[in-house]
Design a protein around this ligand. Structure first.
Ligand SMILES: Cc1cc2nc3c(=O)[nH]c(=O)nc-3n(C[C@H](O)[C@H](O)[C@H](O)COP(=O)(O)O)c2cc1C
Length: 364
Protein backbone atom coordinates (compact mmCIF):
# COMPACT_ATOMS: atom_id res chain seq x y z
CA UNK A 1 0.00 0.00 0.00
CA UNK A 2 1.45 3.35 -0.99
CA UNK A 3 0.32 6.84 -1.90
CA UNK A 4 0.47 8.09 -5.47
CA UNK A 5 0.14 11.61 -6.83
CA UNK A 6 -0.33 12.74 -10.41
CA UNK A 7 -0.78 16.38 -11.37
CA UNK A 8 -1.73 18.28 -14.52
CA UNK A 9 -2.20 21.94 -15.31
CA UNK A 10 -0.66 24.96 -16.98
CA UNK A 11 0.09 28.21 -15.17
CA UNK A 12 -2.55 30.23 -17.07
CA UNK A 13 -4.72 27.33 -18.24
CA UNK A 14 -8.20 26.73 -16.85
CA UNK A 15 -7.12 24.79 -13.73
CA UNK A 16 -4.59 22.70 -11.86
CA UNK A 17 -5.54 19.12 -11.16
CA UNK A 18 -4.26 16.40 -8.83
CA UNK A 19 -5.27 12.79 -8.39
CA UNK A 20 -4.29 11.22 -5.06
CA UNK A 21 -4.44 7.44 -4.85
CA UNK A 22 -3.95 5.19 -1.83
CA UNK A 23 -5.59 7.13 0.99
CA UNK A 24 -7.40 5.02 3.59
CA UNK A 25 -11.17 5.37 3.75
CA UNK A 26 -12.54 7.42 6.63
CA UNK A 27 -9.88 10.14 6.81
CA UNK A 28 -11.50 13.45 7.68
CA UNK A 29 -10.38 16.37 5.50
CA UNK A 30 -10.91 19.99 6.43
CA UNK A 31 -11.41 22.33 3.46
CA UNK A 32 -10.30 25.34 5.51
CA UNK A 33 -7.03 23.64 6.45
CA UNK A 34 -6.24 22.93 2.78
CA UNK A 35 -7.19 26.48 1.75
CA UNK A 36 -5.10 27.83 4.64
CA UNK A 37 -1.99 26.12 3.22
CA UNK A 38 -2.87 27.40 -0.27
CA UNK A 39 -3.03 30.90 1.17
CA UNK A 40 0.30 30.46 2.99
CA UNK A 41 1.90 29.48 -0.35
CA UNK A 42 0.71 32.73 -1.87
CA UNK A 43 2.07 34.91 0.92
CA UNK A 44 5.61 36.09 1.54
CA UNK A 45 7.21 39.44 0.97
CA UNK A 46 8.60 39.20 -2.56
CA UNK A 47 5.66 37.67 -4.42
CA UNK A 48 4.29 39.07 -7.67
CA UNK A 49 0.92 40.85 -7.98
CA UNK A 50 -0.50 37.60 -9.37
CA UNK A 51 -0.89 36.40 -5.79
CA UNK A 52 -3.52 39.08 -5.22
CA UNK A 53 -5.26 38.10 -8.44
CA UNK A 54 -5.46 34.44 -7.50
CA UNK A 55 -7.06 33.38 -4.26
CA UNK A 56 -6.53 29.68 -4.47
CA UNK A 57 -9.30 27.43 -3.19
CA UNK A 58 -9.48 23.69 -3.44
CA UNK A 59 -12.38 21.91 -5.11
CA UNK A 60 -12.88 18.19 -4.68
CA UNK A 61 -14.41 16.30 -7.60
CA UNK A 62 -14.12 12.72 -6.37
CA UNK A 63 -13.07 10.48 -3.51
CA UNK A 64 -14.68 12.45 -0.67
CA UNK A 65 -18.16 12.30 0.82
CA UNK A 66 -19.30 14.60 3.62
CA UNK A 67 -15.68 15.44 4.40
CA UNK A 68 -14.39 11.87 4.69
CA UNK A 69 -12.31 9.94 2.17
CA UNK A 70 -14.00 7.00 0.49
CA UNK A 71 -10.85 4.97 -0.23
CA UNK A 72 -11.30 5.79 -3.92
CA UNK A 73 -9.05 8.20 -5.89
CA UNK A 74 -9.27 11.75 -4.56
CA UNK A 75 -9.53 14.33 -7.36
CA UNK A 76 -8.46 17.88 -6.43
CA UNK A 77 -8.88 20.97 -8.61
CA UNK A 78 -7.64 24.53 -8.20
CA UNK A 79 -9.02 26.94 -10.79
CA UNK A 80 -6.65 29.57 -12.22
CA UNK A 81 -8.66 32.73 -11.69
CA UNK A 82 -6.22 34.59 -13.95
CA UNK A 83 -7.26 32.30 -16.83
CA UNK A 84 -10.04 34.72 -17.78
CA UNK A 85 -7.30 37.15 -18.91
CA UNK A 86 -5.71 34.37 -20.98
CA UNK A 87 -8.88 32.74 -22.28
CA UNK A 88 -7.88 33.19 -25.96
CA UNK A 89 -4.11 32.72 -25.49
CA UNK A 90 -4.43 29.59 -23.36
CA UNK A 91 -7.59 28.14 -24.87
CA UNK A 92 -7.28 24.33 -24.87
CA UNK A 93 -9.14 24.24 -28.20
CA UNK A 94 -8.44 26.39 -31.27
CA UNK A 95 -9.62 29.82 -30.09
CA UNK A 96 -12.56 31.49 -31.74
CA UNK A 97 -12.74 35.16 -32.68
CA UNK A 98 -9.98 37.76 -32.75
CA UNK A 99 -6.95 37.38 -30.55
CA UNK A 100 -7.49 39.16 -27.23
CA UNK A 101 -6.05 39.26 -23.73
CA UNK A 102 -2.67 37.84 -22.74
CA UNK A 103 -0.53 35.13 -24.32
CA UNK A 104 -1.49 35.91 -27.91
CA UNK A 105 2.01 36.37 -29.35
CA UNK A 106 4.66 33.63 -29.36
CA UNK A 107 7.52 33.85 -26.85
CA UNK A 108 10.82 33.25 -28.62
CA UNK A 109 13.38 34.69 -26.17
CA UNK A 110 14.22 31.95 -23.62
CA UNK A 111 15.18 32.97 -20.09
CA UNK A 112 18.53 31.71 -18.80
CA UNK A 113 17.81 29.59 -15.71
CA UNK A 114 14.28 28.66 -16.78
CA UNK A 115 13.10 25.62 -18.74
CA UNK A 116 12.36 27.71 -21.86
CA UNK A 117 15.27 26.74 -24.12
CA UNK A 118 15.61 23.12 -22.98
CA UNK A 119 11.85 22.58 -23.34
CA UNK A 120 11.68 24.24 -26.77
CA UNK A 121 14.49 22.00 -28.04
CA UNK A 122 13.18 18.83 -26.39
CA UNK A 123 9.57 19.12 -27.56
CA UNK A 124 10.14 21.01 -30.79
CA UNK A 125 8.19 24.07 -29.64
CA UNK A 126 8.50 27.31 -31.60
CA UNK A 127 6.72 29.21 -28.79
CA UNK A 128 8.40 28.75 -25.41
CA UNK A 129 5.03 29.42 -23.76
CA UNK A 130 4.26 25.78 -24.59
CA UNK A 131 7.06 24.92 -22.15
CA UNK A 132 6.97 27.63 -19.53
CA UNK A 133 3.28 27.20 -18.75
CA UNK A 134 3.89 23.72 -17.31
CA UNK A 135 7.42 24.39 -16.04
CA UNK A 136 6.13 27.30 -13.95
CA UNK A 137 5.97 26.82 -10.19
CA UNK A 138 2.28 27.70 -10.34
CA UNK A 139 1.68 23.95 -10.27
CA UNK A 140 3.10 23.82 -6.72
CA UNK A 141 -0.36 25.03 -5.63
CA UNK A 142 -1.84 21.63 -6.27
CA UNK A 143 1.19 19.95 -4.68
CA UNK A 144 0.46 22.00 -1.56
CA UNK A 145 -3.17 20.83 -1.61
CA UNK A 146 -2.00 17.20 -1.82
CA UNK A 147 0.49 17.92 0.97
CA UNK A 148 -2.32 19.26 3.15
CA UNK A 149 -4.12 15.95 2.65
CA UNK A 150 -0.91 14.11 3.61
CA UNK A 151 -0.63 16.28 6.72
CA UNK A 152 -4.19 15.32 7.73
CA UNK A 153 -3.18 11.65 7.55
CA UNK A 154 0.07 12.24 9.46
CA UNK A 155 -1.76 14.17 12.17
CA UNK A 156 -3.79 11.01 12.86
CA UNK A 157 -0.53 9.35 14.00
CA UNK A 158 0.86 12.37 15.82
CA UNK A 159 3.24 13.70 13.17
CA UNK A 160 3.47 17.47 12.57
CA UNK A 161 5.45 18.92 9.65
CA UNK A 162 6.43 22.60 9.61
CA UNK A 163 8.47 24.52 7.04
CA UNK A 164 10.04 27.96 7.44
CA UNK A 165 12.48 30.25 5.66
CA UNK A 166 15.95 30.44 7.22
CA UNK A 167 17.70 32.82 4.86
CA UNK A 168 16.70 35.13 2.02
CA UNK A 169 19.33 36.77 -0.15
CA UNK A 170 21.95 35.70 2.40
CA UNK A 171 20.11 37.50 5.27
CA UNK A 172 18.76 35.85 8.40
CA UNK A 173 16.06 38.11 9.91
CA UNK A 174 12.64 39.17 8.67
CA UNK A 175 13.61 42.85 8.63
CA UNK A 176 16.75 42.10 6.62
CA UNK A 177 14.74 39.95 4.20
CA UNK A 178 12.42 42.86 3.53
CA UNK A 179 15.31 45.26 2.93
CA UNK A 180 17.08 42.79 0.69
CA UNK A 181 13.87 42.15 -1.26
CA UNK A 182 13.10 45.87 -1.66
CA UNK A 183 16.67 46.51 -2.81
CA UNK A 184 16.50 43.63 -5.28
CA UNK A 185 13.18 44.89 -6.66
CA UNK A 186 14.59 48.42 -7.08
CA UNK A 187 17.59 46.93 -8.83
CA UNK A 188 15.35 44.73 -11.03
CA UNK A 189 17.09 41.69 -9.51
CA UNK A 190 15.87 38.44 -7.94
CA UNK A 191 16.97 36.54 -4.82
CA UNK A 192 17.17 32.98 -3.52
CA UNK A 193 17.44 31.54 -0.04
CA UNK A 194 17.36 28.57 2.30
CA UNK A 195 14.37 26.86 3.91
CA UNK A 196 14.05 24.21 6.62
CA UNK A 197 11.35 21.62 7.26
CA UNK A 198 11.09 19.94 10.67
CA UNK A 199 8.84 16.93 11.25
CA UNK A 200 8.04 16.06 14.88
CA UNK A 201 6.47 12.89 16.24
CA UNK A 202 7.90 10.64 13.53
CA UNK A 203 8.28 7.09 14.87
CA UNK A 204 11.45 5.10 14.23
CA UNK A 205 11.21 2.75 11.25
CA UNK A 206 9.89 4.74 8.27
CA UNK A 207 11.92 4.03 5.12
CA UNK A 208 14.50 1.31 4.55
CA UNK A 209 18.22 0.85 4.06
CA UNK A 210 19.52 -0.05 0.67
CA UNK A 211 17.85 1.43 -2.38
CA UNK A 212 17.02 4.93 -3.50
CA UNK A 213 13.34 3.94 -3.81
CA UNK A 214 13.18 2.90 -0.15
CA UNK A 215 15.75 5.07 1.66
CA UNK A 216 13.76 7.90 3.20
CA UNK A 217 16.66 10.37 2.98
CA UNK A 218 16.90 9.70 -0.77
CA UNK A 219 13.15 10.04 -1.19
CA UNK A 220 12.95 13.30 0.72
CA UNK A 221 15.93 14.68 -1.20
CA UNK A 222 14.24 13.76 -4.50
CA UNK A 223 10.95 15.28 -3.33
CA UNK A 224 12.66 18.57 -2.47
CA UNK A 225 14.78 18.56 -5.65
CA UNK A 226 11.52 18.01 -7.49
CA UNK A 227 10.45 21.56 -6.59
CA UNK A 228 11.31 24.28 -9.09
CA UNK A 229 14.45 26.31 -8.28
CA UNK A 230 15.72 23.98 -5.51
CA UNK A 231 19.41 23.33 -6.21
CA UNK A 232 20.66 21.86 -2.93
CA UNK A 233 19.25 19.62 -0.19
CA UNK A 234 20.71 18.53 3.11
CA UNK A 235 19.47 16.11 5.74
CA UNK A 236 20.40 17.05 9.30
CA UNK A 237 23.78 18.78 9.42
CA UNK A 238 24.35 17.73 5.79
CA UNK A 239 27.33 19.48 4.21
CA UNK A 240 28.72 20.60 7.59
CA UNK A 241 29.24 16.92 8.53
CA UNK A 242 31.90 16.68 5.84
CA UNK A 243 34.09 19.08 7.86
CA UNK A 244 34.02 17.50 11.36
CA UNK A 245 35.39 14.34 12.96
CA UNK A 246 33.28 11.23 13.51
CA UNK A 247 33.05 11.85 17.25
CA UNK A 248 31.50 15.26 16.48
CA UNK A 249 29.26 14.05 13.69
CA UNK A 250 27.09 11.35 15.22
CA UNK A 251 24.35 11.35 17.85
CA UNK A 252 25.16 9.19 20.89
CA UNK A 253 22.41 6.85 22.05
CA UNK A 254 21.06 7.12 25.62
CA UNK A 255 19.72 4.19 27.61
CA UNK A 256 16.16 5.21 26.68
CA UNK A 257 17.23 5.16 22.99
CA UNK A 258 16.93 8.93 22.70
CA UNK A 259 19.70 11.32 21.58
CA UNK A 260 21.21 14.49 23.02
CA UNK A 261 21.96 15.80 19.52
CA UNK A 262 20.26 15.39 16.12
CA UNK A 263 23.01 15.92 13.58
CA UNK A 264 21.64 13.05 11.49
CA UNK A 265 18.35 14.93 11.09
CA UNK A 266 16.32 11.98 12.35
CA UNK A 267 17.34 9.52 9.64
CA UNK A 268 20.04 6.85 9.92
CA UNK A 269 20.58 4.17 7.29
CA UNK A 270 17.70 5.59 5.27
CA UNK A 271 15.30 4.92 8.17
CA UNK A 272 13.77 7.33 10.68
CA UNK A 273 15.29 6.91 14.15
CA UNK A 274 12.60 8.60 16.28
CA UNK A 275 14.23 12.03 16.40
CA UNK A 276 12.69 14.97 14.50
CA UNK A 277 13.31 14.76 10.76
CA UNK A 278 15.19 17.93 9.81
CA UNK A 279 15.87 18.85 6.19
CA UNK A 280 16.95 22.00 4.39
CA UNK A 281 16.80 23.13 0.79
CA UNK A 282 18.61 25.89 -1.10
CA UNK A 283 16.70 27.93 -3.69
CA UNK A 284 18.47 29.74 -6.50
CA UNK A 285 17.53 33.34 -7.44
CA UNK A 286 14.46 33.27 -9.70
CA UNK A 287 15.24 33.32 -13.42
CA UNK A 288 12.72 35.94 -14.63
CA UNK A 289 14.60 39.22 -14.33
CA UNK A 290 13.10 42.64 -14.95
CA UNK A 291 16.60 43.48 -16.18
CA UNK A 292 16.76 40.57 -18.61
CA UNK A 293 19.89 38.55 -19.30
CA UNK A 294 21.26 37.96 -22.78
CA UNK A 295 19.50 35.36 -24.85
CA UNK A 296 18.83 34.37 -28.44
CA UNK A 297 15.68 34.82 -30.49
CA UNK A 298 14.72 31.29 -31.48
CA UNK A 299 12.82 32.55 -34.51
CA UNK A 300 15.53 34.77 -36.04
CA UNK A 301 18.71 33.38 -34.46
CA UNK A 302 19.63 36.94 -33.48
CA UNK A 303 20.89 37.93 -30.01
CA UNK A 304 18.22 39.46 -27.81
CA UNK A 305 17.12 40.10 -24.22
CA UNK A 306 15.28 37.28 -22.42
CA UNK A 307 11.52 37.32 -21.84
CA UNK A 308 10.29 39.73 -19.18
CA UNK A 309 7.01 38.66 -17.58
CA UNK A 310 5.27 39.42 -14.28
CA UNK A 311 7.32 37.57 -11.69
CA UNK A 312 8.27 37.22 -8.04
CA UNK A 313 11.37 39.00 -6.72
CA UNK A 314 11.87 36.04 -4.41
CA UNK A 315 9.65 33.17 -3.29
CA UNK A 316 11.60 31.65 -0.42
CA UNK A 317 8.76 31.80 2.12
CA UNK A 318 6.49 30.20 -0.47
CA UNK A 319 9.10 27.51 -1.02
CA UNK A 320 8.99 26.74 2.72
CA UNK A 321 5.27 25.92 2.35
CA UNK A 322 5.80 23.87 -0.80
CA UNK A 323 8.71 21.99 0.80
CA UNK A 324 6.60 21.33 3.90
CA UNK A 325 4.01 19.73 1.61
CA UNK A 326 6.67 17.69 -0.21
CA UNK A 327 8.17 16.33 3.03
CA UNK A 328 4.69 15.60 4.43
CA UNK A 329 3.85 13.74 1.25
CA UNK A 330 6.97 11.54 1.50
CA UNK A 331 6.42 10.83 5.20
CA UNK A 332 2.77 9.96 4.56
CA UNK A 333 3.80 7.67 1.72
CA UNK A 334 6.33 5.91 3.96
CA UNK A 335 3.71 5.62 6.72
CA UNK A 336 1.20 4.08 4.28
CA UNK A 337 3.86 1.56 3.23
CA UNK A 338 4.60 0.64 6.84
CA UNK A 339 1.11 0.60 8.35
CA UNK A 340 -1.13 -0.16 5.32
CA UNK A 341 -4.87 -0.57 5.85
CA UNK A 342 -7.84 0.14 3.62
CA UNK A 343 -9.77 1.82 6.44
CA UNK A 344 -8.28 4.56 8.63
CA UNK A 345 -8.93 2.34 11.68
CA UNK A 346 -6.74 -0.43 10.22
CA UNK A 347 -3.94 2.07 9.60
CA UNK A 348 -4.18 3.45 13.15
CA UNK A 349 -4.36 -0.03 14.71
CA UNK A 350 -1.20 -1.11 12.87
CA UNK A 351 0.56 2.05 14.03
CA UNK A 352 -0.49 1.47 17.66
CA UNK A 353 0.53 -2.21 17.58
CA UNK A 354 3.94 -1.28 16.16
CA UNK A 355 4.57 1.38 18.81
CA UNK A 356 3.64 -1.14 21.50
CA UNK A 357 6.08 -3.68 20.09
CA UNK A 358 8.99 -1.26 20.11
CA UNK A 359 7.99 0.45 23.37
CA UNK A 360 7.49 3.91 21.87
CA UNK A 361 7.18 6.74 22.80
CA UNK A 362 10.25 5.89 24.77
CA UNK A 363 9.11 7.59 27.99
CA UNK A 364 5.64 6.06 28.09
C1 LIG B 1 7.06 28.91 -5.05
C2 LIG B 1 7.89 29.21 -6.25
C3 LIG B 1 7.64 30.39 -6.96
C4 LIG B 1 8.41 30.70 -8.08
N1 LIG B 1 8.15 31.88 -8.75
C5 LIG B 1 8.90 32.20 -9.82
C6 LIG B 1 8.70 33.43 -10.50
O1 LIG B 1 7.82 34.22 -10.17
N2 LIG B 1 9.52 33.70 -11.56
C7 LIG B 1 10.49 32.86 -11.97
O2 LIG B 1 11.20 33.15 -12.92
N3 LIG B 1 10.70 31.68 -11.35
C8 LIG B 1 9.94 31.32 -10.30
N4 LIG B 1 10.17 30.13 -9.67
C9 LIG B 1 11.25 29.26 -10.13
C10 LIG B 1 11.03 28.65 -11.50
O3 LIG B 1 9.79 27.99 -11.57
C11 LIG B 1 12.17 27.68 -11.83
O4 LIG B 1 13.39 28.31 -11.66
C12 LIG B 1 12.05 27.19 -13.28
O5 LIG B 1 10.89 26.38 -13.40
C13 LIG B 1 13.27 26.38 -13.76
O6 LIG B 1 13.46 25.25 -12.97
P1 LIG B 1 14.82 25.03 -12.15
O7 LIG B 1 15.11 26.33 -11.45
O8 LIG B 1 14.53 23.93 -11.18
O9 LIG B 1 15.90 24.69 -13.12
C14 LIG B 1 9.42 29.80 -8.52
C15 LIG B 1 9.66 28.62 -7.82
C16 LIG B 1 8.91 28.33 -6.68
C17 LIG B 1 9.17 27.07 -5.92
Amino acid sequence: MTLELRTAGESHGPALVAIVMGLPAGLRLDRDAIDHDLRRRQEGYGRSPRQQLEQDRVEVLAGLRHGRTLGSPLALVIRNQDHENWAWGMSPWPPEGDASGKGTTPVTLPRPGHADLAGALKYGHDDTRHTLERASARQTAVQVAAGAVAKALLREIGIEVVGRALEIGGEATVEEWKHATDAARADRETLGGVIEVVSDGVPPGLGSYAEKETRLDARIAAALMGIQAVKGVEIGDGFALARVKGSEAHDEIRADRGRETNRAGGIEGGVTNGEPVVVRAAMKPLPTLMRPLRSVDLETGEPGAALVERSDVQAVEALAVVAEAAVAWELARAAREKFGGDALGDFLAAHTAYLERIGWPRNA
